[in-house]
Design a protein around this ligand. Structure first.
Ligand SMILES: *[C@@H]1O[C@H](CO)[C@@H](O)[C@H](O)[C@H]1NC(C)=O
Ligand SMILES: *[C@@H]1O[C@H](CO)[C@@H](O)[C@H](O)[C@H]1NC(C)=O
Length: 326
């Protein structure tokens, strides 16, 4: 992964450096320097103002990534925001389930579905699990359903690998919390799209992700490519993401971007923020590369097809079928 160079942070560093330089140089001779100092200050101030203007423009308008609009900023607390977009034809090539398969498509963001406290507790499940492994590249996943855990350049099955000892890692309470969060997200999606929550079924993969700025080692680490969930995972009809850390407090980069012609729209992660959308090409998206810090999130996906449903993860004995009907 090529380290990304962006103008904004570099520019502000440069500004600070000039300020430091000015302070150092003022230690030297006095009188003849005063005029120069004054002019230097004007130049520095002018440069900083111009840079500030650029940064502001980057925030409100077009920045070098082509991001044009913030759908959900980290600093707002959204009771719920929903934007309808026309459905793509992706659903036509799959079996339709009336009353569930999207006829109304769109995307929603809410900070009112999951509390920050719940998000922090869910995050500690992710931390516990991921501390047992971790990708050599910057992106690690933990799938409590299948047991898949990134280790080095591969995945192991946590349940098979740790056997009964897994009960020393996760508690019944962890799984209860996960289930309750899944239920709340499912309800929020059903409400937003005007369908019955019981027509939605959890589907795989559903997983925690932990991303930092370590260079990718395998294709599994390359999370930043634009993609369509319905194309990548046929079973997905509604995708949701629950963010477990805060953009700009815990990590930089790593914003979620709906990629559109004419207007890319970002969702800035915030612990407890749920972002959900219909999984077809009407919601082509990508995640920006994480530039610093660590970003935690959980992807929870739903299908309308009962045959592709999976049960909630549980502390079932290893070998038990992860796909229980429900
Ligand atoms: C949206 O982002 C993509 C890259 O993900 C970029 O190629 C495209 O130019 C951007 N669109 C706009 C309108 O900025
Ligand atoms: C990023 O995560 C990997 C594990 O996935 C770890 O080995 C590495 O030290 C981390 N890098 C940073 C900069 O924290």
């Amino acid at each position: 992964m090529a380290p990304q160079r962006r103008g904004a942070p570099k520019a502000s560093d440069g500004c600070g450096a000039t300020e430091r330089g000015r302070r150092n140089s003022s230690k030297g001779g006095r009188a003849p320097r005063d005029v120069r100092k004054k002019w230097l200050r004007v130049v520095v101030l002018g440069a900083c103002t111009a840079l500030g203007g650029l940064l502001l423009r980057g925030h409100l308008g077009v920045d070098e990534d082509g991001v044009t609009e913030v759908l959900a900023s980290r600093s707002e607390v959204l009771p719920g925001r929903f934007v309808e977009v026309p459905c793509s034809e992706d659903y036509d090539s799959h079996r339709r389930f009336e009353g569930c398969t999207p006829r109304k498509c769109g995307r929603g963001v809410s900070d009112a579905v999951i509390s920050r406290d719940e998000a922090h507790r869910i995050r500690s499940i992710a931390e516990k699990g991921l501390s047992l492994g971790g990708s050599d590249g910057g992106a690690s996943i933990l799938d409590l359903h299948s047991g898949a855990l990134s280790v080095g350049e591969h995945f192991v099955n946590l349940y098979r690998y740790f056997g009964d000892k897994i009960q020393n890692v996760f508690s019944e309470e962890d799984f209860r919390l996960y289930r309750s969060v899944r239920q709340k997200v499912q309800l929020a999606i059903a409400q937003a799209f005007g369908i019955s929550a019981s027509s939605l079924h959890l589907t795989k993969p559903t997983f925690f992700s932990r991303i930092n700025n370590t260079a990718a080692r395998t294709a599994h680490d390359e999370y930043w490519h634009a993609h369509v969930d319905k194309v990548t995972y046929g079973s997905f009809d509604y995708t949701s993401l629950l963010y477990l850390s805060d953009y700009l407090d815990d990590f930089g980069g790593g914003r979620f971007v709906f990629v559109e012609e004419g207007a890319n729209r970002t969702v800035e992660p915030r612990a407890g923020r749920v972002s959900f959308f219909t999984s077809g090409s009407e919601n082509l998206h990508r995640v920006e590369k994480v530039r610093w810090g660590t970003r935690y999130a959980v992807t929870i996906a739903f299908t309308c097809d009962p045959d592709r449903s999976i049960g909630d993860p549980s502390l079932a004995p290893p070998g038990a079928s992860p796909t229980q009907p429900h």
